[in-house]
Design a protein around this ligand. Sequence first.
Ligand code: VGL
Ligand code: ZN
Length: 202
Amino acid sequence: MRPNFEALIVIDVQNDFCPGGALAVAGGDAIVPAINALMGDFAVKVLTQDWHPADHASFAANHPGAAPFSMTEMPYGPQVLWPAHCIQGTHGAAFHGGLATDPADLIVRKGFRPAIDSYSAFFENDHETPTGLDGYLKSRGVTDLTLVGLATDFCVAYSAIDAAGLGYTVTVLESACRAIDLDGTLADARDRMRAAGVRLVA
Ligand code: VGL
Ligand code: ZN
């Protein structure tokens, strides 16, 4: 068992990010057995859940004429317009059925404010509005994080970079992650993670 100062953060292992889902990540379901095994190793285990209202501003369908995967400008900066996904209470928003959710200490939902997307488990995309996860981890004395889940180049990378900025020692276990990889976003995210001091482990 790992020491109490280490936490496993499982990012967005939800049906919509798995094959057959609305924003499917290739091989998204293949990481589930490895994540379940890791849950047994860590004393502190947190799951995150992308959790959007149907009128969420990150959905292309809520921008007349906009194509999925096109870009728009939000008050907080550029934003990819996604196919509608992880709508609160739907099957797509539920965790993958094979994921061991019972061992989790905490489930953090994010992206529930209609006007702001939230890739990171720590801050929304305005980089200011906190989710509360930092306070939870610090109050439990956690200093070291291992991140796994979906998608490497969006929610995992944003979470890892924010975590490093908040002072955590951060490892991303890439074998237990899968990427969306829109036109080079994976290579870019790996560079940005490394530059932020995140340790990338195969
Ligand atoms: C994610 C795009 C939109 C993710 C969430 O979990 O990486 N990506 N919402
Ligand atoms: Zn989302």
